[in-house]
Design a binder for this molecule. Structure first.
Ligand SMILES: Cc1ncc(C[n+]2csc(CCOP(=O)(O)OP(=O)(O)O)c2C)c(N)n1
Ligand SMILES: [Mg+2]
Length: 336
């Protein structure tokens, strides 16, 4: 199926139309339970993400990169993965963490400033979040040399990788048009000798279908694939950003109409799998899960001032010693 959509011709894989109807020849054919699981993961992601933003504004969580609008891209990919696959996440992957079964309290604990939250439990093949922009990655990351070196290597040695570029149209304030002169990011794969496909990143079935196929190719020794999930970052880059300074309200409103949750809810409706009672139940369960995870994370010890400085130098240089002393002096008695 991936081969049917040529990024050089600007073709994009899309399964669901605006009314939530699936194209019969592209529908991945999931069961009712699997479809509902996709929806529930997206609802959970949105609830957990919104909570993180609130906590940050209340000073209870550190700088955070919101996933609003990315739910289909994240959940669609992670839902196609098996326990044997290895996931190399970047900093905006909340829905993948939730889908892969990472403990939500641990994830919050990490963003609350304690790196212990990022120690992946046994049985999960998840690397720590990469803040350097490689791994699953954004549109901006494709301007990094590492991206090209990685794809070139993968093409030459036919490595079993699925590269997923979440093109949300921005790298902080830099628009996609300033990252590349070509129309799609998926077509970059062509230069490295393997398939690339652009998918509608707000269509969870399209992301799932492409990821499932690419993963099967990789596992079967068929080499790498690049998937470009075409979407939009509905929120700010991080809590330290104000997107209103560099993009219009009209543009954001235009993308609100393509909300991945709304489109998939319509699909469930078409399939007879959605009603108000179900929606209420799913939202209540998500909210319950989130509140319990936050309470759990907040009951754990806060990061110590030393943690901020640890793991960089074997012997701390004098200027950092001075900064640590200054930080400690600024904290209340119990937190030094
Ligand atoms: C190697 C590297 N260069 C620069 C940065 C600073 N930085 C953090 S996020 C970001 C933008 C990333 O944009 P994109 O790849 O599109 O991902 P998005 O944040 O949009 O999901 C930059 C430049 C970094 N973290 N790592
Ligand atoms: Mg981006």
């Amino acid at each position: 199926m991936i081969e049917r959509f040529d990024p050089l011709k600007g073709e994009r894989l899309r399964v669901l139309d605006d009314e939530g109807r699936a194209a019969p020849d592209l529908d991945p054919g999931l069961t009712a339970a699997e479809l509902r699981a996709l929806y529930e993961r997206m609802v959970r992601t949105r609830a957990a993400d919104a909570k993180a933003l609130k906590l940050q504004r209340q000073g209870r969580l550190g700088t955070f990169a919101p996933s609003l609008g990315h739910e289909a891209a994240q959940v669609g990919l992670a839902s196609a993965m098996t326990r044997e696959d290895w996931f190399f996440p970047y900093f905006r992957d909340f829905g993948a963490y939730i889908t892969l079964g990472y403990p939500l309290a641990d994830y919050y604990y990490f963003w609350m400033g304690n790196e212990a939250g990022l120690r992946t439990p046994d049985g999960l093949n998840i690397f720590p979040i990469a803040i350097p922009v490689v791994t699953t990655f954004g549109d901006g990351a494709t301007s990094e040399g590492d991206f090209h070196e990685g794809l070139n290597y993968a093409g030459v040695f036919r490595t079993p990788n699925v590269f997923v570029c979440v093109n949300n149209q921005f790298a902080i304030s830099v628009p996609r048009s300033r990252q590349t002169a070509v129309p799609t990011l998926a077509q970059k794969a062509v230069a490295y000798g393997f398939p690339g496909v652009q998918v509608d990143g707000n269509d969870v079935l399209a992301v799932f279908a492409a990821a499932r196929e690419a993963l099967a190719i990789a596992r079967g020794g068929g080499g790498p694939t690049l998937i470009e999930a075409y979407t939009y970052r509905m929120g700010d880059h991080t809590t330290a950003d104000d997107a209103a300074r560099y993009r219009s309200k009209e543009e954001v409103r235009e993308w609100e109409r393509r909300d991945p949750l709304v489109r998939f809810r319509l699909h469930l409706g078409v399939k007879g799998l959605w009603d108000e009672a179900y929606e209420k139940e799913v939202r209540a369960a998500a909210s319950d899960l989130v509140e319990k995870a936050v309470a759990d994370a907040e009951a754990r010890p806060s990061a110590s001032p030393e943690d901020v400085f640890a793991h960089t130098y074997a012997v701390m240089p004098p200027d950092l010693e001075a900064q640590l002393a200054e930080l400690k002096a600024s904290l209340p008695e119990g937190r030094r």
